[in-house]
Ligand binder design. Structure first.
Ligand SMILES: *[C@@H]1O[C@H](CO)[C@@H](O)[C@H](O)[C@H]1NC(C)=O
Ligand SMILES: *[C@@H]1O[C@H](CO)[C@@H](O)[C@H](O)[C@H]1NC(C)=O
Ligand SMILES: *[C@@H]1O[C@H](CO)[C@@H](O)[C@H](O)[C@H]1NC(C)=O
Ligand SMILES: *[C@@H]1O[C@H](CO)[C@@H](O)[C@H](O)[C@H]1NC(C)=O
Ligand SMILES: *[C@@H]1O[C@H](CO)[C@@H](O)[C@H](O)[C@H]1NC(C)=O
Ligand SMILES: *[C@@H]1O[C@H](CO)[C@@H](O)[C@H](O)[C@H]1NC(C)=O
Ligand SMILES: *[C@@H]1O[C@H](CO)[C@@H](O)[C@H](O)[C@H]1NC(C)=O
Ligand SMILES: [Cu+2]
Length: 208
């Protein structure tokens, strides 16, 4: 039964392989939607895209800045995380607490996404923003954008940060027992990452 669930996730992934999502701003690490490369958005933490020495790093405001996504599904859960350093492996700060439920496909632009107040960052600190989207069945997709946190960087302007009609998001309400809801969410992320990993095996298995 568990195996059947994994196969279902893999099948859904194979069908949706051409859709997935993109990060329009800040510049993403790689175009993981391109069919001329072998990136897979199923691969955590960053779709299999390595940090190259000439990485495109966007100057992003030290207190938080804009995030612009290109969404392709009818709806999806979105988690935005951040890790500090040049070659981040630990995305241990969340910028979406609670996580979001977005509806509609097209551009979703959040003009001002604040960074945690306890973030030990100063002008010039390098960091990576990780965006994870989760479908209803737990199919997780990953993309990353590398940034340099800057005191002089600014958010996108209103004309640059436009959300398409029909696209919106709501932070997912914590249940009245906020603590247990939070715990459930973290458990879900861990187990769903594992499912996504296995799904990847199946997707590759099927295409070989
Ligand atoms: C992608 O993978 C295929 C099959 O393994 C390989 O032939 C191709 O060269 C790879 N493309 C890139 C850009 O690495
Ligand atoms: C990042 O870490 C990976 C794995 O340790 C390594 O292969 C890669 O060269 C590193 N990139 C940079 C820019 O240091
Ligand atoms: C940086 O972005 C430019 C323009 O989008 C692109 O041509 C270049 O390949 C990117 N560099 C890396 C290392 O991804
Ligand atoms: C995306 O939006 C277009 C029109 O805006 C619609 O035709 C299409 O069915 C939508 N796709 C999904 C997956 O919702
Ligand atoms: C997050 O991870 C970084 C690097 O691994 C570490 O320096 C920092 O203390 C961690 N922060 C928290 C809040 O766990
Ligand atoms: C998220 O939105 C979708 C579509 O609008 C809805 O079916 C789903 O129940 C929502 N999830 C939560 C937790 O509110
Ligand atoms: C911000 O400061 C950095 C480092 O001093 C500099 O390279 C960059 O050009 C400045 N950006 C703006 C918009 O002033
Ligand atoms: Cu997709």
């Amino acid at each position: 039964m568990v195996l059947a669930a994994f196969i279902l996730v893999a099948a859904a992934g194979a069908q949706l392989a051409s859709a997935h999502f993109g990060i329009e701003y800040p510049t993403w690490r790689a175009n993981t939607l391109s069919s001329s490369t072998n990136y897979s958005q199923w691969t955590q933490p960053c779709a299999g895209a390595p940090v190259l020495p000439d990485a495109n790093r966007t100057d992003w405001p030290l207190k938080g800045g804009s995030l612009k996504l290109d969404l392709h599904h009818a709806w999806t859960y979105i988690f935005v995380n951040l890790g500090l350093g040049v070659n981040v492996t630990n995305f241990n700060y969340t910028l979406s607490d609670p996580f979001w439920n977005s509806t509609g496909n097209g551009t979703l632009c959040v003009k001002s996404l604040p960074l945690p107040t306890n973030l030990p960052a100063t002008d010039g600190t390098k960091a990576t923003i990780q965006v994870v989207t989760l479908g209803e069945s737990g199919n997780a997709l990953y993309n990353c954008a590398d940034v340099t946190l800057r005191a002089n960087a600014t958010a996108l302007s209103d004309s640059e940060c436009v959300t398409d009609p029909g696209v919106s998001y709501v932070p997912v309400q914590q249940a009245s027992t906020a603590k247990s809801a939070g715990t459930m969410a973290s458990v879900d992320i861990v187990s769903l990452s594992a499912v996504a990993g296995l799904a990847l095996v199946f997707v590759f298995g099927m295409s070989l």
